[in-house]
Design a protein around this ligand. Structure first.
Ligand SMILES: C[S@@+](CC[C@H](N)C(=O)[O-])C[C@H]1O[C@@H](n2cnc3c(N)ncnc32)[C@H](O)[C@@H]1O
Length: 283
């Protein structure tokens, strides 16, 4: 990506590092100002309109309309071979649904081609007496063109997926690097609280686990291809993209979260540089 061109359009970023820029901006406004497609892969999780501290609650139809607008902008800015991974949860609709999957409300407002819905299943969640404890969210995997998209299956094979009868006549029948990880993924949520706080936890209340994003970025992009997160939050997508050698652009409307992301990226880059310098030491 030409960060110089992005700078000319959007001005000085809140934070920048080699192959990385973060803008403290309303993503819809930011995207509308960029004229040409640049994103190989967008990975994001928007507000769910459920009253989180970073949300302005909207009437349902307005929320759907707003979502359709920013999704259209992502579509416009996605390169022809690019992909869009969208993480969505549930929303309650008075008198209709305790918790309706948000993808049901948006399914006909998304111009991308839907490859698959991936279920992210986790252990931590809400307890229930009159309903089953919710323990999943969805990741919807979209592409711009279903004839030419990237899928690096070998980079995400799961050595822990076990199938019965893996051997025939003493020979391994399956790929020794592991199986296709299927469309149900089990990764722990990023948790907070005494004694159960995840190591990667930041002050952001809705952080992606790095392991989920790593699988997505490896599967749907190649090194040096641009990753974009318009609802960047604590910067999980950015840190993982940089670790996997993909340039990254992030937008976030709150400056305090931009700062969380900037500190997190700085911390990562410092450790990474240190590790590289250790590898360069003569034995
Ligand atoms: C679900 S959180 C994303 C968390 C992120 N995936 C992470 O790992 O930290 C959604 C984020 O979108 C931000 N946001 C809400 N409206 C926005 C907008 N119009 N433009 C840019 N960011 C926005 C919120 O402040 C919040 O940090």
């Amino acid at each position: 990506m030409d960060f110089g061109k992005i700078r000319k359009i959007l001005g000085t970023p809140f934070y920048e590092a080699p192959n990385c820029a973060i803008y403290n901006i309303d993503c819809l406004e930011g995207m509308k100002r960029i004229d040409k497609p640049f994103a190989h892969l967008t990975v994001t999780s928007p507000p769910y309109n459920i009253g989180k501290e970073y949300e302005k609650l909207l009437p349902l139809q307005e929320y759907i309309q707003w979502s359709a607008e920013w999704i259209h902008e992502i579509y416009r800015l996605t390169l022809p071979t690019g992909a869009f991974w969208l993480n969505l949860g549930y929303i309650s609709i008075p008198k209709r649904a305790k918790a309706i999957p948000i993808p049901y409300l948006l399914w006909d407002r998304i111009p991308f081609y839907l490859i698959q819905e991936v279920i992210w299943n986790y252990g931590a969640g809400v307890a229930g007496r009159k309903f089953l404890s919710p323990r999943n969210e969805k990741f919807l995997w979209y592409v711009k063109d279903n004839g030419v998209y990237t899928f690096n299956l070998d980079d995400i094979r799961d050595p822990n997926v076990k199938y019965p009868k893996q051997k025939k006549h003493g020979k391994l029948k399956c790929n020794p690097n592991g199986k296709n990880p299927t469309d149900v993924w089990q990764f722990p949520k990023v948790t907070s609280g005494k004694n159960r706080q995840s190591k990667e936890r930041t002050p952001h209340p809705a952080q992606f686990p790095e392991a989920v994003i790593e699988r997505i970025i490896k599967a749907s992009s190649n090194k040096q291809e641009v990753v974009f997160d318009p609802f960047m939050g604590s910067g999980t997508t950015s840190v993982v993209a940089l670790r996997l050698e993909r340039p990254v652009l992030g937008f976030e409307i709150r400056s305090d979260y931009c700062q969380v992301a900037a500190d997190r990226i700085d911390d990562f880059l410092r450790k990474w540089e240190f590790e590289k310098s250790q590898l360069r030491l003569p034995l």
